[in-house]
Design a protein around this ligand. Structure first.
Ligand SMILES: [Mn+2]
Length: 328
């Protein structure tokens, strides 16, 4: 039985026209993986179309070739021999349009590449490795298997996936394999300070204005183990921000001494029928993927998300009581 990487390698070798996408509201791993895979496959003569439903957020425009990502499948030229969905547990994570497109004649083979726990069942090949720090690490392995020589632009994209998903080599998913690959990428020409500056010292002022409004909502349980913060529609409107500006905000409650689980609640949908996107972060005592799954979401043991309807008071109380049960 061939390994998933060998199966993907065979498929790529027989293919010409390839579509690559990632999850909606993309982060550094999503786009860095999309771009590094595509740039690598271009080097061995493949025709690549980069797609993301939400396009490229301002803060990720520094990723080499990000300007080549299209936001509409109508402007793509199928049929595709392979459609890759990277950093996605299922095709639905890339949006409804792609989910439908992947089922159509336009996509002969669908391949999912991810490092998350939960999965769907709508792809031809799944490459899933929870031990990988980022999806970019899996892209690195595929390109190595294909003997693609990594250039600086590919290396910068892969490096960005690692920095983004390990919190600059600080989360528990940082391992020696990750550090060895990062070192190799630096040898190829990546400048770590340049990537860090692009990611962490390049915030639009409006984002900090949003953080100013959110900080007064910081709330902590009496035993100081569960902390949360929220952003509602009014705060977004006042500061001219959107959900991508909440990136990193969960690190505020998470940074507090003694906190086991940190949460960010972000309002979406109509004011009359509010829906809250919840980001959960655990320092290790609680598997937050289990909690998120209980509300129809998913993710990793230490970083997960879900979505609930109701007032902020109701929604917060529901999630906190589940976390309290889990903390015991
Ligand atoms: Mn990821």
């Amino acid at each position: 039985m061939k390994s998933e990487i060998e199966q993907i390698q065979d498929l790529i070798e027989q293919s010409k026209n390839i579509l690559i996408t990632s999850h909606e509201n993309p982060d550094g791993d999503a786009l860095g993986s999309t771009l590094s895979l595509g740039l690598g496959l271009k080097k061995i003569g493949k025709e690549i179309t980069f797609y993301n439903k939400d396009g490229v957020p301002e803060m990720l425009e520094f990723l080499p070739h990000s300007e080549n990502i299209v936001k509409s499948l109508n402007s793509t030229s199928g049929p595709f021999d392979i459609a890759f969905a990277v950093d996605c547990t299922a095709t639905s994570r890339a949006g409804k349009d792609f989910e439908e497109y992947a089922k159509s004649e336009n996509c002969k083979n669908v391949v999912i590449i991810d490092h998350h726990q939960t999965m769907g069942s709508d792809a031809d090949i799944y490459l899933l490795d929870e031990g990988a720090s980022s999806t970019g690490i899996l892209i690195y392995r595929i390109l190595k298997a294909l003997e693609v020589s990594l250039d600086k632009e590919i290396a910068e994209n892969i490096y960005a996936t690692i920095v983004s998903d390990t919190g600059s080599f600080s989360y528990s998913n940082t391992n020696s394999d990750t550090l060895r690959i990062a070192a190799e990428l630096v040898d190829i020409g990546v400048e770590p300070s340049k990537i860090s500056q692009a990611i962490y010292e390049n915030e639009p002022l409006r984002k900090l204005e949003l953080f100013k409004l959110a900080i007064p909502t910081l709330d902590i349980t009496d035993d100081e183990t569960i902390a949360s913060i929220y952003v509602d529609k009014e705060m977004f409107d006042k500061t001219g921000t959107s959900r991508q500006d909440t990136e990193g905000m969960v690190n505020i409650p998470r940074s507090i001494k003694g906190v086991d689980v940190a949460m960010l609640f972000r309002q979406e949908g109509l004011q009359s029928d509010p829906e809250w996107k919840v980001s959960l972060r655990s320092k290790g005592r609680v598997n937050v993927a289990k909690i998120a799954e209980g509300f129809g979401g998913g993710g990793h043991a230490r970083a997960a998300g879900c979505s609930l309807k109701g007032s902020i008071k109701e929604v917060k109380a529901k999630v906190i009581s589940r976390v309290e049960e889990a903390l015991g």
